[in-house]
Design a binder for this molecule. Structure first.
Ligand code: C5P
Length: 228
């Protein structure tokens, strides 16, 4: 996409493992990392705090374009630390309600437009791994390597269940399967940037693969296609 700045996009639904894989790839390659879902989550949190309602499209767009946010990469990998107006909100944005709200604001075309350039600004040398829903189809449509990672809804719900138990929270597996399906339906059916693989994306189903297996396959792909 840009001179000497290779871009790798990793799109897919919630629970496909795209966040973990993208962070591993970025760390291994020494690339920058964009967690675009965090931007939508930050907007949902900022809207809540500034009392901007979800039907206030103009207010949300202004907030999306101007909210004061910072991402701090963790040199050892893992999720970046995220700041909203200088406050560390890394945990606050991972809350379930914020995830729901993020998915609602993400369906508004003006909001997506307002966040487009902010996402594209993450493309810097030596390269970028960008994770989300429309990285390969819209935001970085010229990316050198596009990956679409998926897994069955049951598997994704089970992974989420395990994560919640790890955090001392719980939800029934049946409820999580419903939640995964509902989130997929909303993200896949919206009129703007619906979740779908780019025509030139490499599809990978991680249902019966471990993180290490997915990483090994994709790392090899990066070597073959980008010679790095
Ligand atoms: O990936 P994550 O679960 O953090 O994303 C939260 C929500 O943000 C998703 O459910 C989706 O609706 C939205 N999103 C999006 N486009 C992206 C990334 C996230 O619409 N590129």
């Amino acid at each position: 996409m840009t001179d000497n700045c290779p871009i790798i996009t990793v799109d897919g639904p919630s629970g496909s493992g795209k966040g973990t894989i993208s962070q591993l790839l970025a760390t291994d390659l020494g690339f920058h990392y964009l967690d675009s879902g965090a931007l939508y989550r930050l907007l949902a949190l900022a809207a809540q705090r500034h009392k901007v309602l979800f039907d206030n499209v103009a207010g949300l767009s202004v907030l999306a374009a101007h909210m004061d946010i910072t991402f701090e990469m963790n040199p050892e990998g893992g999720q970046p630390t995220v700041f909203l107006e200088s406050e560390d909100v890394s945990t606050a944005i991972r809350n379930e309600d914020i995830g729901e709200s993020a998915s609602i604001v993400a369906a508004i075309p003006e909001v997506r437009e307002a966040l487009l350039q902010r996402q594209q600004a993450f493309a810097r040398k030596p390269g970028l791994v960008a994770d989300g829903r429309d990285m390969g189809t819209v935001v970085f449509a010229d990316a050198e390597l596009k990956i679409f990672l998926t897994a069955s809804p049951d598997t994704r719900a089970k992974r989420r269940h395990k994560q919640l138990i790890g955090k001392g929270e719980s939800d029934s597996l049946a409820a999580l399967i419903d939640w995964v399906k509902q989130r997929d339906a909303r993200d896949g059916s919206r009129s703007v940037s619906p979740l779908r693989p780019a025509d030139d994306a490499l599809l990978l189903d991680s249902t019966s693969l471990s993180i290490a297996e997915v990483f090994a396959q994709l790392r090899q792909e990066v070597k073959d296609r980008l010679s790095i």
